[in-house]
Design a protein around this ligand. Structure first.
Ligand SMILES: Nc1ncnc2c1ncn2[C@@H]1O[C@H](COP(=O)(O)OP(=O)(O)O)[C@@H](O)[C@H]1O
Ligand SMILES: [Mg+2]
Length: 316
């Protein structure tokens, strides 16, 4: 039995999802017999953690602060063990550009891209380089903010005329954006969970299948009912094996710990795979992909939470 602080909510755009993830983790931890101390991460976070002095923190914060290493750094300072990845992996995964560099350096496939900061446009005339980039990446291309987040700020540009507005939209979320080659194909999510010995294992793959063929509107794809999730994804053994191995390779390359969800694209032609990104604090809600994948592997939600906590305590 441990005293477990469940960190949730926070200031991120994914606050609502985090509150749901946190509430579910809280219930599971109580059923597992732990003393649960729920904390909505705000200005009194450090004070509350210092006063409560929990044995361990269960991080159920998505996006900014909870997934980018900020809260992990504070927990390190306070000497409180925590679930999931440590600071450096959080920093790498929260920045899609940094993550893609790490992956490419390790020979792990990720779609071609070019990334720029706002200052490159404002002070160095980066706009003049757009035609060369567009020629290299071809249309349609994907414009996204470097920072994480549930398809927020992601836009397709079908022609050069769409690029400026797509950039403006992405820059409203982050000071750094990337232009990425569009991969026509299937959207796969591979959750990775470490076994009791700390060995990362891929769980059954989840495919996001759009109900309507509106491939050009990511934001709509995330609306309820517009995307169907299939788990295990209908893939042959060879592809399942390759996608699983690739996800574990990306997990290791980025230095993830405990658990993570790796998003992949399976090319419609040729069956190649590309890694899009890694999420170090995947959703834990009833409709989230990691719990679905765990369930498909015969791991109940409570067992999943127990494992993640145990890994954090073992590390400490
Ligand atoms: N290069 C790409 N080609 C095709 N689809 C993409 C590409 N990048 C992103 N997408 C689509 O957008 C979704 C969200 O992109 P992702 O990079 O995972 O960002 P996030 O999940 O953090 O918003 C993906 O699951 C995929 O459906
Ligand atoms: Mg994603």
């Amino acid at each position: 039995m441990s005293r477990v602080a469940v960190l949730m909510g926070g200031r991120s755009l994914e606050r609502q999802v985090s509150l749901k993830s946190g509430a579910r983790a809280e219930d599971a931890l109580e059923r597992l017999g732990h003393e649960v101390l729920p904390i909505d991460a705000g200005p009194d976070l450090v004070e509350r953690l210092s006063t409560l002095a929990p044995d361990v923190a269960f991080i159920a914060l998505h996006g900014r602060d909870g997934e980018d290493g900020t809260v992990q750094e504070l927990l390190d300072v306070l000497g409180i063990p925590y679930t999931g990845s440590r600071v450096s992996a959080c920093i790498s995964c929260a920045d899609k550009v940094l993550a893609k560099h790490v992956l490419r350096d390790r020979g792990i496939p990720t779609p071609d891209w070019h990334a720029f900061s706002e200052t490159a446009f404002r002070e160095l005339g980066a706009a003049q380089a757009l035609p060369a980039i567009e020629e290299r990446l071809a249309f349609p291309l994907v414009v996204k903010p470097a920072g994480q987040g549930s398809a927020l700020g992601i836009k397709f540009a079908r022609t050069a005329a769409d690029v400026p507005m797509a950039l403006v939209s992405a820059f409203s979320y982050d000071r750094k954006v990337l232009l990425e080659r569009y991969v026509p194909g299937r959207d796969l999510a591979v959750s990775v969970l470490e076994d009791a010995d700390g060995e990362p294992r891929a769980l059954p793959i989840v495919e996001a299948v759009p109900n309507e063929e509106d491939f050009y509107d990511f934001e709509a794809r995330y609306e309820i009912g517009r995307t169907r999730f299939v788990c295990p994804a209908e893939l042959d053994d060879e592809l399942t094996g390759r996608a699983s191995e690739l996800a574990v390779a990306a997990y290791r390359a980025l230095g993830c710990e405990g658990f993570a969800r790796i998003d992949l694209m399976l090319h419609a032609d040729g069956g190649e795979l590309d890694v899009l990104e890694a999420n170090v604090v995947p959703g834990l809600t009833e409709t989230s992909l990691l719990p679905q994948a765990a369930e498909a592997a015969g791991i109940s939600f409570d067992a999943l939470i127990a494992r993640v906590l145990e890994l954090a305590l073992n590390r400490a």
